[in-house]
Design a protein around this ligand. Sequence first.
Ligand code: PEP
Ligand code: MN
Length: 337
Amino acid sequence: MIIVLKNGATHEDINKISGWLSRYNVEVCPIVGAETTVLGVVGDTSSIDRNSVYLTEYADRIIKVQEPYKRANNKMHPEDTIVNVGGVKIGGKRIVVIAGPCSVENERQIVDIAHHIKKSGATVIRGGAWKPRTSPYSFQGLKAEGLELLNIAKAETGLPIVTEITNPMHVEKFIGKVECFQVGARNMQNYELLIELGKARIPVLLKRGFSNTLEEFLMSAEYILSGGNENVILCERGIRTNETFTRNTLDISAVPALKKLSHLPVIVDPSHASGMSWMVESLSMASIAAGADGLMIEVHNDPANALSDGAQSLTYDMFENTMKKLKSIAAVLGREL
Ligand code: PEP
Ligand code: MN
């Protein structure tokens, strides 16, 4: 951190501010110019209160030279993290496709979908049991029963489960029943939830909030990592922009940006990004080409009658064709799928 002091700062001012900074265990290196004095602050500056009266009284400007996220940062952890979701490694050479319905609806539906997506090459099943819906009148999910039905699909196919958790009090309920927690876009900044998931040792698929910056996204990952859970997968799922043609706007640049800033695996959800099934294949191909480690794709046995997100859900045939195309792109990129 660099603190540019207001013009005319005296030695006494420099001593006062240096004394105050010493409580943060940082080294302060003053550079005194004819008119301007600059303090170089070296060490872990993440907990310095930038709004403290000391800083507002004496500082003209504060320049950040380090990102506020430490554990998610590439600089602190140069090797890529590989997250193991029930035996499926996310973040390595192999591109992982997670697929399944938006919501678990009944046993026949989830088991049938599990068999079909597995046949086409998906290695993890998704399906919402607790559904955070924009409208309280929309289907809210089967909740605990949904978790049981997902487990029947797992028993039949061996596919590990990722499903959304919305409440910090539910962690115990999920343990032993899921291989990966999903934190949805609406809960990316539910810090109580992130803190509880940080205490768990099960991977977390963290989705980017639709109005959040990449720095805010990485700070949410930091909450989980700083609790001791190192198994975080970042998921770009589209953000709000002025464009209304698509449900959200897929921020494709988030993929190379997050790969540059962080060691965590990055996946893309083209279904929620577009809201339209016909666009999912193109966005999936673009995501892989941009360097994503995986995809999360909604697939339904009967999209027209789905209880949620039918318009963006692929039929079995569409999913199979998409997987074929993705396999050839993966090969060109020197990756596997
Ligand atoms: C979902 O995965 O079904 C979902 C609700 O996604 P998001 O949180 O990205 O809206
Ligand atoms: Mn959905």
